[in-house]
Design a protein around this ligand. Structure first.
Ligand code: SAM
Length: 337
């Protein structure tokens, strides 16, 4: 069966291209750290880079990401043969009845045929959990395989704010098996909460912060994956067929984002805090404009300890609507007093 790893996914703001840069900063400027909290973990690629040498705390407020972290980073045992058998049966599913997904999303992100398969698989995963045929880890592994399969063929530019009008809907959904290394996961913890709440309750030597930096909400960009992950079948509206996302909106996309960052940083119990943010404050168009200025970041982190800034030219994967030149990703490293 085909395989995939955690990085085989398109994700807005992913630090995949910056992993060496981030790792070098951490190696050169920190010491005596054994635990690493990535509390806006997004695609999970940063935490993945540090899993070998640190005990992880992973968090994101989206359920789709929670399942992905549970798939790759949980320490709960799973039966690989059982997963393979189920994935093979899902890849052979045919002649399926219409369902919530085919009724609501046909010819948007996927074809009717693929949506019938998505609905069948998603319900079957839930049924298997209810009947104790699979455990919660296996449940998340199967959902992750489905999410990555959808993302691979979805008729989008990598997010679900819209779909291509004359795009290719012909590709068939193909579930693959994730490449998991359970030997690295012994002491990892995984959450799906507000980052400010985690900062109040959890302690780690190292906190990595990568909040959204502009007004684009991740729950808007990934509503379809979130809908499949939860499988509660809500009503959807508009051309992009979005469900109600009011409980998922991030404060970091608002004009007073600095207030939330300030509260978050004040509550962190760590030796080091690493904040990655970009330099588009007052530079880009209104939606792409970074919400927190350098001065605000320096003031907030400066209250906690000594701050260094590292900068790298970086053309991020974005929504395709902004035209930002001289884009730099900055890492602010604070050594807590
Ligand atoms: C810039 S992305 C993180 C990128 C990540 N470092 C990577 O490499 O993929 C920001 C993430 O924070 C999550 N998020 C936004 N607001 C949040 C909040 N208040 N609490 C927890 N997660 C939040 C979003 O869902 C998104 O996945």
């Amino acid at each position: 069966m085909d395989t995939f790893n955690i990085a085989n996914r398109r994700y807005l703001g992913s630090k995949q291209q910056l992993l060496d840069f981030i790792e070098n900063i951490v190696k050169s400027h920190t010491k005596n750290c054994h635990s690493f909290a990535d509390i806006f973990a997004g695609s999970g690629v940063v935490a993945n880079r540090f899993n070998k040498n640190y005990n992880l705390i992973l968090n994101d407020n989206l359920t789709c990401n929670y399942h992905i972290y549970t798939c790759f980073f949980s320490n709960v045992a799973y039966d690989k043969d059982k997963i393979l058998t189920l994935l093979e049966s899902y890849n052979n599913a045919k002649n399926l009845a219409p369902n919530y997904y085919s009724k609501n999303f046909t010819n948007t992100y996927l074809s009717e045929e693929n949506l019938k398969i998505v609905g069948f698989i998603r319900d079957n995963i839930e049924l298997n959990l209810e009947q104790n045929i699979i455990n919660k880890r296996e449940h998340s592994i199967l959902i992750t395989s489905l999410l990555y399969a959808i993302d691979r063929i979805a008729n989008t530019v990598g997010h679900y704010d819209s779909y291509r009008k004359n795009g290719d809907l012909e590709k068939k959904l193909n579930l693959r098996i994730p490449l998991i290394d359970n030997s690295l996961n012994a002491n990892n913890q995984i959450y799906c909460r507000d980052a400010n709440d985690i900062a109040k309750k959890k302690k780690a030597d190292f906190f990595s912060l990568a909040p959204p930096y502009n007004s684009r909400q991740y729950c808007d960009a990934y509503h379809f994956l979130e809908n499949v992950a939860k499988n509660t079948k809500p009503q959807v509206v508009g051309v992009a067929k979005k469900m109600d996302r009011s409980g998922l909106k991030s404060n970091y996309c608002l004009s007073d984002a600095s207030v939330y960052l300030s509260e978050l940083v004040a509550n962190i119990n760590a030796k080091y805090i690493l904040l990655s943010y970009n330099n588009t404050h007052n530079k880009a168009n209104a939606r792409s404009n970074a919400k927190i200025s350098d001065n605000e970041i320096l003031e907030i982190l400066g209250k906690k300890g000594k701050v260094r800034i590292f900068e790298k030219d970086f053309a991020p994967f974005n929504a395709g609507k902004s035209n930002i030149t001289n884009h730099k990703e900055r890492i602010f490293l604070c050594e807590v007093r």
